[in-house]
Design a protein around this ligand. Sequence first.
Ligand code: BGC
Length: 420
Amino acid sequence: MKTLTHKLTMTTALVSTLLLGAATAHAQPQAEVLHYWTSGGEAKAVQALKEDFEANGGKWIDAPVAGGGGDAQAAVLRSRVLSGNPPAAVQIKGPNIHEWAATGALGDLTAVGEAEGWDNVLPPLLQDIVKYDGKYVAVPVNIHRVDWIWANPEVLAKVDAEPPRTWDEFNAIADKLMAAGITPLAHGGQPWQDATIFETVALGLGGAEFFNKAFVEKDPETLKSDTMKKVFDQMRKMRGYVDADFPGRDWNLATGMVMRGEAAMQIMGDWAKGEFVAAGKKPGVDFLCIPTPSNGGYILNSDSFAMFKVTSADDNAGQELLARLILGEKFQETFNLYKGSIPARMGVNSDKFDECAVKSMIDLQASSEGGELVGSVAHEIAAAGAIRGAVLDVVTEHFNSDMTSEAAVERLAEAIELAE
Ligand code: BGC
């Protein structure tokens, strides 16, 4: 009896496997892709992915949610998952991927990863982000560097400014620009943008060890330290360098101000380069990419697509196809040239990449060897969820009020403790 049942189970399993194989073979790969890439450069990058997917027989269902940094998209994703109707592929990153995986919402891409040899082409740092419990649950698209100044060389020349190597030099240039009636800093007053500036200042003034002690270890002494007070002092100065219309402005509009010479500089990750490039501007000629002052530091951000559990054979086939294409060598080149980032995949030929991307590649290696590489807080690599939210809240509140640095560090330590 036992044997019969066993045989029956085996036969049923075999038949289902064959059926499933047949279904997958005839499946029409499709994927609803939830993302927040809606600016000029971002749209070109995501279009490249769509075209590649379609050229390989996939049906792309576009689900864009406008709003830089992805905070608006996060709310849409939560409600889609809660209503039992998740999109097949979603642009999420860092610890968020693990948080979603822990809820059991993500599918398993390990078979694709093994077939494509991802273990050999992905740097261990990115493998840690996209693997959960030893299984691939997401696929990384790129590496973005956050700690950049995008500058208009003609505007800087008006005050004879050289690229700043320290925050004091940055302030000296900004003061000169102010005196000449030029807005030093193009900025959009949104919490994630405030936090983007804040983290570059924190790395610059404190270094990687300080950065990690504060935001990864959440050490109260470090959060309330004199160094952190200096970081907020510098943020107060930055507040003085932005124009009156900064509240709520989208990041790409701030990039446009630098392009048109209405402001000298913007502090933003290299997705800003995607905007310059989409507008036909050349690095070193029309714009400069200057790492924000730090001692050999690098703030890493990496976009990934997580594949949510879906039931139809078409959706499953779509997820597999998408995952395979994303890490393909040619695609890594095409996509990242538009996006302003550098490939997530190791060994992609760098010939077509511009001087900013090459600098990013070199500095990434050097900062990693020198222990000065950190994950972004504003962009959800070193921290996500409530901890990131606590940092954003305090930084924004400080930026938009006359809060002292002493009060800000107390608030920061308190908010992070509450968020834990
Ligand atoms: C993402 C980028 C995106 C930028 C602006 C960052 O957090 O990693 O891909 O271009 O936000 O939306």
